[in-house]
Design a protein around this ligand. Structure first.
Ligand code: ATP
Ligand code: MG
Length: 170
């Protein structure tokens, strides 16, 4: 039997309720999901605070009740957009469809001949990594924007302490 696999990529800095809603939707359409953790080599930077391993933990724990098998695969950047789709495919189980609304991702996969679908955005003004990082830095509440498992992981690694410390000048 041929498995229908869907691919979803993000930086997940951090993983939030918008990502979770998209993945719950994709789970209804495919047999297996591949989640690519992009810019995997980056961490401890204000725009990319968390390691690939920490992001794998956030995603895996949040999807424990998804009911659809999934793989979480860190993918490092390569500085060649023209080769990026092939790079991603080389790191992942074979997939039929890429789910993305990111214009560059859509373009690169379409040019590579992959079927691309663009999921709807959920409450984009607040469900965005940028907004959640801003709140964590300024000490505003952010916990309601991410799954409970992500709150647990971020507290475990002292995420706000890390973000506030690496954003200071010496
Ligand atoms: P950042 O602000 O750091 O770019 P982000 O919220 O855009 O964070 P990404 O990891 O860049 O998160 O996004 C991964 C994928 O999730 C992208 O395709 C993005 O369009 C999508 N996405 C982000 N936020 C939402 C949302 N609220 N609803 C649906 N999809 C979303
Ligand atoms: Mg983004």
């Amino acid at each position: 039997m041929n498995m229908k696999r869907g691919f979803y990529i993000g930086r997940f800095q951090p993983y939030h309720n918008g990502h979770q809603s998209v993945l719950e939707h994709i789970a209804g359409e495919v047999d297996e999901i591949i989640i690519g953790v992009g810019s995997a080599q980056l961490s401890h930077h204000p725009d990319n605070p968390f390691t690939a391993g920490e992001r794998v933990l956030m995603i895996t724990r949040s999807l424990s009740l998804l009911g659809c098998p999934f793989y979480v695969i860190p993918i490092e950047d390569i500085q060649r957009n023209a080769l990026w789709a092939a790079h991603v495919r080389s790191m992942c189980p074979p997939f039929d469809t890429c789910y993305s609304s990111n214009p560059l991702v859509v373009r690169l996969f379409t040019e590579a001949g992959v079927d691309v679908q663009s999921p709807a955005m959920y409450e984009r003004e607040i469900l965005s990594g940028t907004e959640i990082r801003r709140r964590m830095l300024s000490g505003e509440p952010w916990e309601n924007l991410v799954p409970p498992a992500v709150v647990q992981v971020l507290k475990e690694i002292d995420a706000t302490g890390r973000m506030q410390q690496i954003s200071r000048n010496d």
